[in-house]
Write a protein that binds this ligand. Structure first.
Ligand code: GRF
Length: 216
């Protein structure tokens, strides 16, 4: 059975999507994968309750308890390495990770970001998309690199920006897509269909259309 580790900081709706989608259910079949551990840097992250309810092991590694990023990342690494996971998923994890951490888990460490990267890295993506007047917005799943929200892209989901959109309505439309996109990408990485090699992202047996979810 392969292991997946999810790192969260907050609400956990993407974690829920990973735990609950049909894709996730099919991971029960051969070779099999499961979310073996949920780690949160915030003791009060609501997403921890989801792990509890699902009977998934979870742990808080509170960044306040560590003297710096290196010490915090070392504590995270220790827990993750013990499981030798096939995928480590940043599912709303709001801490910047050190280059050492990123290098250690290169090719297994993925993040979901609520914009069509490379547009709008960082925070407040929906507000900035509205301000920029883009007609298409969305979400990206990418391998994590040293550059914030800058690693090689695995797949994206696009949604239209509608004339009467507010930040909240746009965020909700994107989030719906995130919940489809992220579990698929996790599964592909676990199954070895998407790999990070010297030339970038290598995709095996997935038609290009699978890597871009369109529609509203
Ligand atoms: C999502 O919008 C994700 O793209 C971003 O942080 C948010 C996390 O939401 N990285 P949730 O905790 O999964 O509900």
């Amino acid at each position: 059975m392969k292991s997946i580790v999810c790192l969260i900081s907050g609400r956990g709706s993407n974690l829920r999507a990973i735990l609950q989608t049909a894709d996730a259910q099919r991971w029960d079949s051969d070779p099999g994968a499961r979310v073996a551990l949920v780690l949160s840097n915030r003791p009060r992250a609501p997403g921890l309750q989801l792990a509890r309810d699902a009977g998934v092991p979870f742990e808080v590694v509170d960044h306040h308890a560590y003297e710096g990023r290196d010490a915090f990342d070392a504590a995270l690494s220790e827990r993750i390495e013990a499981l030798d996971p096939a995928a480590i998923v940043l599912a709303g994890f709001m801490r910047v990770l050190t280059p050492g951490f990123v290098a250690r888990f290169r090719g297994r460490l993925i993040n979901i970001h609520p914009s069509l990267l490379p547009s709008f890295p960082g925070m407040d993506t929906h507000r900035r998309a509205l301000e920029a007047g883009v007609r298409v917005h969305g979400a990206t799943v990418h391998f994590v690199s040293e550059q914030l929200d800058g690693g090689p892209i695995i797949a994206q989901a696009a949604v239209p920006v509608l004339p009467d959109d507010t930040e909240a309505s746009l965020a909700a439309r994107v989030l719906q897509k995130e919940h489809i996109l992220l579990p698929r990408c996790v599964r592909w990485v676990v199954e070895g269909k998407v790999r990070l090699d010297a030339d970038g992202v290598a995709v095996e047996g997935l038609p290009p259309a699978e890597l871009l979810l369109l529609d509203r």
